[in-house]
Design a protein around this ligand. Structure first.
Ligand SMILES: [Mg+2]
Length: 389
């Protein structure tokens, strides 16, 4: 396939399918798609355990030390058993797991590791969407287009997934979980299904059954708030959404259509190869330069609220939070922190921003401007989504 061969390019296909067909067009025959979701297992913590054998088997918490103001960036599986998760204050993590191994993040090491892993993935297909430092979708549809049946194509792709896992294990000494399915939604559920070191295929003929028992919050975009609304109306499992004819739009507004589609395992979103994603930011220029802490805290809270609302409107979470300060002499500094689970919540954004200001002592003289930005925007999955209800 060449780059100009739009007839077989998966993005071209998806674009067509997302528009309403011309009135006299023949019914489109759905081309089988083969999508992988590759997700590294507890990535930051696993890199630390690989590089420090003495950490293996122990609860590793990547982030600030527990006796300092700061946050958890990532937790190993051993630490997760203590209910530790990213964006949690380190002090809380220290209380939950007093014997945890607290490790300062080494973002340069994780970025280098990420590049090496993406290199492996890119050797499989150039149609790759890097979702975050440790996660990517691959579109292998064209490689298996000779299989007429969707499930035959998925089966045929399995050895490729096994080979990716083998190469990551032998070359990088890390484990990945992979989901194989006909779309991104199912592939992502697949990678999450048997973590760590999992490989799950969700066949088209099995997808409705696979989805049926899962809680409604397994659908991306359904956070705790939406889940509560759905559950209160009797929709506890995805099966409840599949079998009933009820009008979900009363409950979840414009989200209802994609919610119903997801419940049936339908997702036409293309694998987006242009990795650059937009960012969201808010900033405030002070009338009079200030280093008054209560004033700055108040403004920081408003900025966090602003950013959280915009994220909520777009149904997104952020993996990177950034602060920006400008001093009286117009010197401008930015600092950012990366977390493992997407943040959507105003308190989490505020806490991370405050952590950055404190960590690097950015308020060393009066500020002319203060800003918060978020980037690496992803579906919020496990986090709360502020849906317009
Ligand atoms: Mg991961």
């Amino acid at each position: 396939m060449t780059a100009l061969d739009f007839s077989t390019h998966p993005r071209a296909l998806s674009r067509v399918s997302s528009e309403s067909p011309p009135v006299n067009a023949p019914p489109k025959s759905p081309a089988p798609r083969v999508i992988f979701h590759v997700d590294m297992d507890a990535f930051f913590a696993s890199v630390e355990q690989r590089d420090h054998p003495e950490y293996r088997g122990r609860p590793v918490i990547v982030g600030s030390p527990p006796d300092q103001r700061g946050v958890v960036c990532a937790a190993s599986y051993e630490a997760r058993k203590f209910k530790i998760h990213s964006a949690m204050p380190s002090r809380t993590a220290g209380r939950l797991c007093p014997h945890g191994v607290f490790v300062r993040p080494r973002m340069d090491a994780y970025r280098a590791e990420s590049a090496a892993i993406m290199e492996i993935l890119r050797s499989v297909t150039p149609i790759i969407e890097k979702v975050s430092v440790d996660e990517a979708y691959l579109d292998l549809s064209t490689a298996f287009e000779n299989h007429a049946a969707a499930d035959a194509a998925l089966e045929a792709a399995l050895p490729v997934a096994q080979e990716i896992k083998r190469r990551i294990a032998t070359e990088r000494k890390l484990t990945a979980s992979i989901g194989v399915a006909a779309n991104k939604f199912l592939a992502k559920l697949g990678s999450d299904f048997r973590k760590p070191d999992g490989l799950t295929v969700i066949r088209e003929r099995d997808k409705v059954d696979f989805l049926r028992p899962l809680p409604v919050r397994s659908i991306h975009g359904v956070g705790p708030v939406t889940a509560q609304v759905l559950e209160a109306a009797g929709f506890r499992t995805i099966g409840d959404l599949q079998s009933r004819d009820a009008d979900l739009s009363d409950l979840v507004g414009s989200f209802s259509e994609s919610l119903k589609a997801r419940a049936l395992g339908i997702d036409d979103r293309p694998v987006e190869t242009d990795g650059e994603r937009k960012s969201i930011s808010a900033e405030n220029t002070f009338l009079v330069d200030t280093d008054d802490r209560p004033t700055l805290r108040g403004v920081l809270r408003e900025l966090a609220l602003d950013v959280a609302h915009t994220l909520g409107r777009h149904g997104l979470g952020a993996l990177t939070v950034q602060v920006k300060v400008r001093y009286s002499d117009f010197t401008t500094l930015t600092r950012q922190v990366r977390v493992e689970d997407p943040v959507t919540d105003v308190r989490e954004i505020y806490r991370l921003a405050q952590f950055l200001l404190a960590r690097d002592r950015l308020v060393k003289s009066p500020l002319r401007l203060l800003g918060i930005g978020v980037s690496t925007l992803v579906p919020p999955d496990r986090n709360q989504l502020l849906l317009p209800l």
